[in-house]
Design a protein around this ligand. Structure first.
Ligand code: CA
Length: 240
């Protein structure tokens, strides 16, 4: 992977320059903009790997810029929003709108750097799967998960279950780790499910959908158990 580019959209000149120096010193290429209009203009040609976006800009609102970025679909770079410490509503609204993470002013540069790295890691393209032949076909209950063909079959009648790519990735990660408690964060990392919504609830929504497709009784799931306060565990025997 070559140099990664971070775009900094921040009207406070001191903060903008501090971030530029600091992240530049960490080996990132920096694109910086003091307001929404110049950032939008830069985005006509630039493809940053990550955007650090101040919510309070003189000419624009950070949310509007986020929505504008989201309209690019898969082309939307990951976003870390920067809010004032006194604006908890900004943070939750920002996350609802699809920010990948946030920092509050005044923020610690070390903390920001670890958030930048974590978000970039989650956004990294999926590595080529390592083929382990014995794991390619996994059976549980009435199901046969063919990881090489990316299909889930109901073996008794040969019916193929319609799974989204993310549901398939989640299930695939879990069946390879039977009877292990996996936190939501581990599931996110392992399944590389960054796109769309990044946070915990996104995993929960996908698990719910997956359960509807594979559990005999989705309200009393046997295969994908909830481990309260931590995450989930895949139980191949399925019995509750
Ligand atoms: Ca500002």
């Amino acid at each position: 992977m070559g140099t990664q580019t971070v775009a900094i959209v921040e009207d406070d000149r001191d903060i903008r320059e501090m971030l530029t120096d600091f992240l530049g010193g960490q080996g990132f290429a920096i694109l910086s903009a003091p307001d929404g209009a110049s950032f939008r203009a830069q985005m006509a040609t630039a493809r940053p790997d990550l955007v650090i976006l101040d919510i309070g800009l003189p000419d624009d609102h950070g949310y509007r810029i986020m929505q504008w970025l989201r309209e690019r679909g898969a082309d939307c770079p990951p976003i870390i929003i920067v809010t004032g410490a006194s604006s908890p509503r900004d943070r939750s609204a920002g996350l609802d709108l699809g920010a990948d993470d946030y920092v509050c002013k005044p923020f610690d540069l070390g903390e920001l750097l670890s958030r930048v790295r974590a978000v970039l890691r989650r956004a990294a393209p999926r590595p080529a799967p390592v083929a382990v032949p014995s794991d390619l076909h996994v059976r549980f209950g009435p199901w046969l998960l063919k990881r090489d063909d990316r299909v889930l079959l109901h073996e008794p009648d040969g019916r193929q279950v319609d799974l989204t790519a993310m549901e398939f990735d989640l299930l695939s990660v879990m069946v390879q780790r039977p009877n292990q408690v996996l936190s939501r964060d581990e599931l996110l990392q392992l399944a590389h499910t960054r796109k769309a919504e990044p946070f915990d609830r996104a995993i929960d929504v996908r698990i719910t959908r997956l359960r509807r497709k594979i559990e005999i009784n989705p309200t009393h799931p046997g295969f994908i158990r909830t481990i309260r306060g931590i995450g989930y565990m895949f139980h191949p025997e399925g019995a509750v």
